[in-house]
Structures are given as C-alpha cells and as structure tokens.
Design a protein around this ligand. Structure first.
Ligand code: CAA
Length: 259
C-alpha cells in the first residue's frame, strides 16, 4: 500500500500489516504516515477482522529513524513529531484484534509499535527495549504510557531509565510479551491465533473498547461504558446467533457472521 508498508488479507479475515524498510525497519516520517494510513484502511475494511503486525523474519523495527531525527530542531519536531504518536494511537484504537509478531529487535519506536497491539508474540531471538535515553531523549510514541500500564511503573522505569535490551524470556516474565515461539514459527502462530479471533463475534469490538477505554477512566465511568457496550451487543446479529446456538446445540458451537 505504501513504499515501506503493505497489507495482505487472507480468506479468514486476517490482514498482515507488514513493515519493510531495509535494513532495520527504522521508522522515518514516511513510515509513520503510512502506518497511520494503514490504521484507517484496516479500520474501514469490512473483510478484515484481525490484524498481524509484522516486520519480516529478521527484525521487527529498530525504532524511529535516528538519522532523520539527528538534524531536526525543536520547531521541526514540535510541528511534525506528534504524527508518530497519532499513527500509533490509530493502530491502538483499531476496532479489531491485533497481534504483533516480533522477530529480532523491537527497540524504541519498534517496541512502542508492538505495544499498540492487543497481544505480542515474540520469536525466541526477539529483543525488546526502550533505548531512547541513550540518545538523550525519552520514548515518544507511547512508551512511557502503554509500557507502564502493561508491565507496571517500576519495570517501565527500569527499562526507560536504563535503556537496556531484554530477551524474549525476560519479556515473557515481565508480561511484555504474551507468547514465545521459535523464530521461524512466530508469524504463523500469530496468524493462527488471529484466525481464531477472526471467527469470533462482533462483540469482540465491544470487548476491546470496554477494556482499553475503560482502563483510562474512573471505575464508575468505566462500568457505565461497559453497560452501554454490553447493551449494544443486543443490536448485533451475532448476539442472536450465539444465544440461539447455545440453547439448541450447547456451548461453543456458534458460527458468527461478524455483524
Ligand atoms: N535509525 C536509523 N538508522 C538505524 C537505526 C535507527 N533507529 N537503527 C539502525 N540503523 C542503521 C545503522 O545506523 C546502520 O546503518 P549504516 O549501515 O549506514 O551504518 C544500519 O542500520 C545497521 O545497523 P547496525 O550496524 O547498528 O546493526 P546491528 O545489527 O549491529 O545492531 C541494532 C542493530 C541493535 C538495532 C542497532 O542498530 C541499534 O541499536 N539501533 C538503534 C536502536 C535505537 O536506539 N532505537 C530508538 C530510536 S529513538 C525512538 O524510537 C524514539 C521514539 O520513541 C519514537
């Protein structure tokens, strides 16, 4: 779809958003613009129910393009730098299940890209980290926020203050990744999982919205959001299919339409 990103969709409704900017998938302003466009395209695509974000078999992404940033001054970054965060927020808000499949390094903005997904499947050779501090900056695409919400404030501070790199097992232990697989299998495992979610009901969108948006609210407001979205499920065809199927055939046999 763009020079450095592509979207391919299979029959099961799983799209792969592939990043391809050799040698390290560094995220320059064009890449992050393309990622924002991809988020809009994937949001609107009725044939897409789940998305795998993949950087290819060698590297997920080495972060924002340091060579592009090197020459930028305050004004330039103030005017344009927010685009990266906006694109990542659009990906995080995708109303479909998303899985990052991580081979090799996911550093800085690469780790933050993985953090936009619902789940992270890492290859056993994956290495994640937020090394921005070593460049004299802080994570600027959600790394101080999504990371601490996922792994806790202390662990996030350790990662961001120290700028260290963490292997797949360490990431699994701290909850930064959800599953670890052999490097040559991780993408396929992510697609398999995405296919299972793609067969799920429209209510998955409601669940994602309730959990993600509710996490940013006080409990009373979040519970009201939950009630609204729970009630909204009754406007879907899949709610009727799910309950009819249970009554007729027992649990877990419904074939949903994603409507
Ligand atoms: N931006 C621009 N170029 C990069 C890059 C980046 N983030 N990461 C790697 N490259 C370039 C290298 O400069 C090198 O270019 P040349 O061939 O022209 O010298 C090429 O890619 C290959 O890199 P290495 O030789 O370093 O490869 P390696 O295998 O020895 O190391 C690596 C790989 C560990 C990923 C290492 O390149 C590295 O540490 N990269 C930078 C990671 C980083 O600091 N990321 C944070 C960026 S800031 C950010 O992301 C801000 C934010 O929150 C939005």
């Amino acid at each position: 779809m763009g020079e450095f990103t592509s979207i391919t969709t299979d029959d099961a409704g799983v799209a792969t958003l592939r990043l391809d900017r050799a040698p390290m998938n560094a995220l320059n302003s064009q890449v992050w613009t393309e990622l924002g466009e991809a988020a809009r395209t994937l949001t609107a695509a009725d044939d897409v129910a789940a998305v795998v974000i993949w950087g290819g078999p060698k590297i997920f992404a080495a972060g924002a393009d340091i060579k592009q940033m090197q020459g930028m001054d305050f004004q330039e970054f103030f005017s344009h730098g927010g685009g990266l965060q906006e694109s990542f927020q659009a990906l995080a808000r995708l109303p479909k299940v998303t899985i990052a499949a991580i081979n090799g390094y996911a550093l800085g903005g690469g780790c933050e890209l993985a953090l936009t997904a619902d789940f992270r499947f890492a290859a056993d050779n994956a290495k994640l980290g937020q090394p921005e501090i070593l460049l004299g900056v802080i994570p600027g695409a959600g790394g101080t926020q999504r990371l601490s919400r996922l792994v806790g404030v202390s662990k996030a501070k350790e990662m961001v203050y120290g700028g260290g790199t963490y292997d797949a097992q360490q990431c699994l232990d701290m909850g930064l990744v959800d599953q670890v697989h052999p490097a040559d299998e991780v993408y396929d495992r992510a697609v398999e999982a995405a296919r299972r979610y793609a067969g799920g009901p429209y209510a998955l969108r409601m669940a994602k919205k309730a959990i993600d948006e509710g996490a940013e609210m006080d409990l009373d407001s979040a519970l009201r959001l939950e009630t609204t979205l729970f009630t909204a499920c009754f406007a879907t065809e899949d709610r009727r299919i799910g309950m009819d199927s249970f009554v007729q055939d027992g649990p877990g046999k419904a074939v949903f339409t994603r409507r």
